[in-house]
Each structure stands twice: as C-alpha cells, then as structure tokens.
Design a protein around this ligand. Structure first.
Ligand code: DI6
Ligand code: FE
Length: 421
C-alpha cells in the first residue's frame, strides 16, 4: 500500500465548504508522480462539491459524518480520461481512400492528387451544423463510454472563415450536449484549400489577417495548431501563424514531424508550444528543445498504425530528456478513424513500447498538461473530481486488454454521469 505524495497539484483550488461525498471501498490510481500509478489500495476519496478534498488509505479518511457515502465495491478509480488531440468534427468518410492505400497509393500521393484532407473539406463545408454535431456525438459517446471526461477538438476541415467557425461552434456545442469538458483548437493551417492552389502564402495571410482574428474575437478557440509538413505548411508559414496566435493571446501546438523531419518539434518548442504532436521523425535537438520549453510530446499510435508507418517516435530520447508523453486518438477520417482511447493505450505499449503506466499517464496527467489544464489529470486535493471507475484487478489491465471496455462508471465534477462505481 502506498500513500499518495502530499504535494499540491499545480492547478489545485482550495476546496470550499465541507466534504459532501466519500467514495470508499475503492482502489485508486491517483496518477500522481511517485509510486507506480500513484496507487492507493483500500482507499477513500472525499469530495467537496465538484473538487476532490482528500484521497488516501480508507483507514485514515477524515471523519465527515454529514457526507453521502458511496461504496465502490472494490473497483479501481482513475482520473477521468483526457483525449488531447482529435479532429472528430467532420462529415463523410474516406473508406475509398483506405482501399486505394491498401492497393498501393500512399497518404502523401493521395493528398497531392487532391484527395485526402481536401475531400473531407468538401463534405464538411456542405454539412449543416446539426448534421456535423450528430455525427460528432457518435464518436464522442464512444469515447465517453471509455471514461473520457475531457476532449480536445480541432477545426481544419473548413479552411475558410465561415466553415472553420461552424466546426468550432459544433465543437463547443458538444460540451453543452454532453457532460464533458471540450477544449477547441483552431487548425486553419491544416491543408491548402483548393481555391488557394499554388498560393500558400496568400492563404496563410488570410489565416493571420482575417480567419484567426475572427475566431479569437468570437471566443471560439482555446488554442491554435498547424500542420508543418511538406504536404502542408512550411516552418516559415507555421511561424507566422504562431506569431498571430500570440498576438491574440492564444497558446499554440503543432502537428510536427509526422511524415518527415521538418524540425517541427524545435519550432514548436521555440514558440513555447503546449504540445508537439506525432513526432515520428523528430530529431534529438527537437527533443532537447521540448524538454527545455516544457512542451508535451503527444504520441498518436492510431495514425501510425492506420497509415502503416515505419518510423517510430523517439520514445527513449523523450524519456531520457524527461519530456512528458501524452497519448491521444487523433480521431479523424483520414489517418486515424478510431474512437477508442483504450485501444491507444494498447497501441502505445505494443507499437511505441511505452509501459502501461506511461500510457495511462499519457491519457490523464500528461494529456491534461498538453491542454494547459492544471486543474485535472490526477486525483488530488483541489483538483476537479472527474473520475472513471473500472472493473479491473490492476491498472495495467487498461492497456493490456483490447475491446473489453472495463469502464463501469464515470463521475464528472463530483457528480455521477453514468454507471456506478
Ligand atoms: N495529421 C494527421 O494525421 C491528420 N491531420 C494531420 O495534420 C490527418 C487528417 C486527415 O487526413 O483528414
Ligand atoms: Fe491530428
């Protein structure tokens, strides 16, 4: 039995008011650094309203005679899971492109021939907000059933002001329709829209001078992202987008070095990015710069798997430099049509050689960091009481078993959302 460390998490708030609920007969993977999984067996979690007030061995739980008591019947609790990189608002699908790739065409060839992202752009521009929301909610609900309580959603299939704003409004609507926290990211620099063919700099100008300012003025985005890649935007174009984001007070993140080494991680770190994502081709200098800047590495094994990539992200170098590693679905129609974060745990271990503990930290503590959310990601006093309950015997089972969703209940902000512990 291990006690959680007594450190206070960075985003902790002082719990105001008395303990309202005590969850007992529970094993807790707090995911606080220190002991493996920050685990406490035979634990109790005391909640004060929407916050965790106390977590530790049940025998030491402070008396709270007025509190509601919940028997978790020996289940495990983890922080609510965080999917920190998705493109799950889109219309249509790319199953035909999947068939082309299986017959030999590459993702880059399809993109250069006008397929790929641009084909999803056409479908997404044509879709109504209602239709986009209905399709997105199916993906969201699949993630929620696996314990996801915080979700990032990117734009990037509109590539013009109105359609980008439409996507971001739909992303915001998800957070009203369902009990989970949604963080939105403006990804206008995802691909070159057909009407700007051969004029990438002009499109970047439009992003910087009109699209991004509009999105910022309407409060539609919490962060700004770009796809820095030879089939997308150059380092210099990415820098212009980042500088504009900064002018509007928005943090940045980057699709970096996914298909080739474009020094993307270095660029992201130099701009103090929250995260650099993908990173298959990232070099050692990029990793060192990320460590210095505190930029989180978001690894996306679903895209690696689905595109049948061969180049592995530099996991050992990231480890050596102490760069926090997050894991996400990258849920999107072209490179990761996958709405399972638990499957990503398995793939992070089998394909990228993370440990099950690193993988779980990747969808909790480090995923929250990648979104700049200091108020969640571990179970600790003063943090939001987003909890997932699991019918497992040990936390490693979450990464070990596939298509056997062990999530039996979810609480959000101190309230049950579905199931029971
Ligand atoms: N990298 C990806 O893997 C996704 N976007 C990106 O920048 C793919 C998006 C798509 O193919 O629709
Ligand atoms: Fe992505």
């Amino acid at each position: 039995m291990t006690r959680p460390p007594v450190t206070t998490a960075a985003g902790a708030r002082a719990a105001s008011g008395p303990v309202t609920t005590v969850i007992e007969n529970v094993h807790v993977a707090t995911m606080q650094p220190g002991a493996p999984y920050g685990a406490v067996r035979d634990a109790a979690i005391a909640l004060a309203g929407e916050l965790v007030a106390w977590v530790g061995p049940r025998a030491e739980c402070p008396a709270a005679p007025a509190a509601r008591r919940v028997d978790a019947r020996g289940r495990w609790a983890t922080p609510g899971l965080v999917d920190c990189h998705t493109h799950l608002v889109y219309a249509g699908n790319r199953a035909a492109e999947f068939e082309m790739r299986l017959a030999g065409a590459t993702y880059e060839e399809i993109a250069r021939a006008g397929g790929g992202i641009v084909s999803t752009v056409q479908a997404t521009r044509a879709a109504t907000e209602e239709a986009l929301l209905a399709q997105a909610l199916r993906r969201v609900d699949a993630l929620r059933r696996e314990g996801v309580t915080t979700l990032e959603v990117k734009s990037g299939y509109g590539l013009e002001a109105a359609a980008e704003a439409k996507m971001l409004r739909v992303a915001r609507a998800i957070g009203r329709e369902r009990p989970l926290t949604v963080r939105t990211t403006f990804l206008g620099a995802h691909a070159l829209p057909p009407e700007y063919a051969g004029r990438a700099d002009d499109y970047v100008e439009a992003i910087v001078e009109s699209m991004l300012p509009q999105v910022a003025a309407e409060g539609l985005a919490d962060a700004v992202d770009a796809f820095c890649e030879r089939i997308a935007f150059t380092a210099d174009q990415t820098r212009r987008v980042f500088e504009a984001a900064k002018r509007h007070g928005l943090p940045v993140k980057l699709h970096a070095d996914q298909l080739s080494d474009g020094n993307g991680a270095l660029l992201a770190a130099r701009h103090g990015a929250l995260s650099a994502d993908h990173l298959e081709y990232t070099n050692a200098a990029g990793v060192a710069a990320m460590a210095q800047a505190g930029t989180v590495a978001v690894l996306l094994p679903g895209a690696f798997y689905f595109l049948r990539e061969k180049e592995l992200p530099p996991v050992e170098t990231l480890r050596r430099h102490g760069v926090p590693m997050a894991i996400a679905t990258d849920c999107n129609p072209g490179s990761s049509p996958i709405a399972s974060l638990l499957l990503m745990l398995s793939m992070a271990c089998t394909l990228f050689r993370l440990t099950p503990e690193e993988a779980l930290a990747g969808v909790t503590r480090n995923a929250a960091l990648a979104l700049g959310l200091g108020d969640r990601g571990t179970i600790a006093p003063g943090l939001v009481a987003d909890l997932a309950f699991w019918d497992i015997g040990a936390p490693a089972e979450l990464a070990y078993q596939v298509c056997l969703n062990a999530c039996v209940g979810v609480w959000r902000s101190g309230q049950p959302v579905f199931g029971a512990p």
